[in-house]
Design a protein around this ligand. Structure first.
Ligand code: AMP
Length: 327
């Protein structure tokens, strides 16, 4: 799938090409056509999936037609923090460079007067944190009755920060007939309730977590023979030859495999512990404790048993099996 099949305007496609992106990310591919068809969208996606461009690009296409009126923004984007609001503004500056759009930020810590002057000139895109936005509407300098499209971004973070009552108030100030795009990484009950109240027949778009690896981690893939014993032999060689190996976790996909690899490494003289879902809590704690203290520098573990463990200073990780993909 390429960007040109999504229905975006020529200007927007040129801006995307100038950025160097070749293909849309899954959230972009799925959400952009719905946004352009003026449908409500419920996007379950987190930062890092390309979700900002998933609403910025079609918004730029939609905004090519029409003009802004004083004090009546045409579109409104709500963000939980100043930093996120500023990032969204940067996206509009980047992709909307060829368009004469007025984009305004309403965030705390910026002079009220400057913001008010900008609103007076007419705004195509208003990016705001909820509190500052309500300050402006209460002072009468801002009317939300012209908003054609509302974006509520990072809704679950808004919930954590106590902004849901503000969001509910804002939703009552924008026209009932607007288009709403709603993004959240998770769906706790309170967020589900809001989506039911404020979205009309939404198109649900869900993407899995991006695979992220810290930049400080060097990864490599080593081809192995098909036979299990060949893989174990290769593992031993990698363990012996690894540079600066202080300790290592070796992940296997199945408990049975954990037991086999553990026994095999022991037989070949390695100091190694094991961790899998069938072990009782004291045995798991003991294995982890020995690994943390460096008494057993190697730990063979099943993915499920070790998921989410926070063990500082692990120098090496070996995936004995290809890890299963997960959401
Ligand atoms: P976001 O999830 O919106 O915070 O975006 C995460 C990062 O992905 C940002 O640095 C974007 O510039 C980048 N990005 C967005 N769309 C694409 C794309 N189609 N191809 C490559 N990178 C992208």
């Amino acid at each position: 799938m390429s960007f040109s099949n999504l229905g975006l305007s020529e200007k927007v496609l040129a801006a995307v090409a100038a950025t160097g992106y070749t293909n849309p990310t899954p959230i972009q591919e799925q959400a952009i056509p719905h946004v352009l068809a003026r449908k409500d969208v419920l996007g379950i996606a987190q930062t890092g999936t390309g979700k900002t461009a998933a609403f910025v690009l079609p918004m730029l296409t939609i905004l090519e037609k029409g003009r802004a009126r004083a004090r009546m923004p045409r579109t409104l984007i709500l963000e939980p923090t100043r930093e996120l609001a500023a990032q969204v503004k940067e996206n509009f500056d980047r992709y909307g460079a060829g368009q004469k759009l007025n984009v305004a930020l309403l965030i705390g810590g910026v002079s009220f007067g400057d913001q008010d002057a900008k609103l007076m000139r007419g705004v195509d895109v208003l990016i705001a944190t909820p509190g500052r936005l309500l300050d402006h509407t209460e002072r009468g300098g801002l009317l939300l009755t012209g908003v054609e499209l509302l974006v509520i971004d990072e809704a679950d973070r808004m919930l954590d920060m106590g902004f849901i009552p503000d969001i509910e108030r804002i939703c009552k100030l924008v026209p009932f007939t607007r288009q709403t795009l709603f993004f959240t990484a998770t769906m706790p009950p309170e967020i589900r309730r809001i989506t039911e109240a404020f979205l009309h027949n939404p198109q649900k778009v869900e993407v899995s977590k991006p695979a992220t690896t810290a930049v400080t981690v060097t990864q490599s893939q080593v081809p192995a023979g098909r036979e299990a014993h060949e893989k174990r032999e290769l593992l031993r060689r990698l363990l012996r030859e690894a540079k600066d190996l202080k300790n290592a976790i070796i992940f296997c996909n199945r408990k049975r495999e954990v037991a086999i690899v553990h026994k095999s490494l022991q037989k070949h003289g390695f100091s190694v512990g094991a961790l899998h879902g069938d072990m009782d809590q004291p045995a798991r704690m003991a294995a982890l404790d020995q690994f943390r203290k460096g008494e057993l520098p190697l730990l063979v573990a099943s993915d499920v048993a070790a998921r989410g463990l926070d063990i500082p200073e692990v120098s090496h990780v070996f995936n004995f099996d290809v890890p299963p993909s997960r959401r």
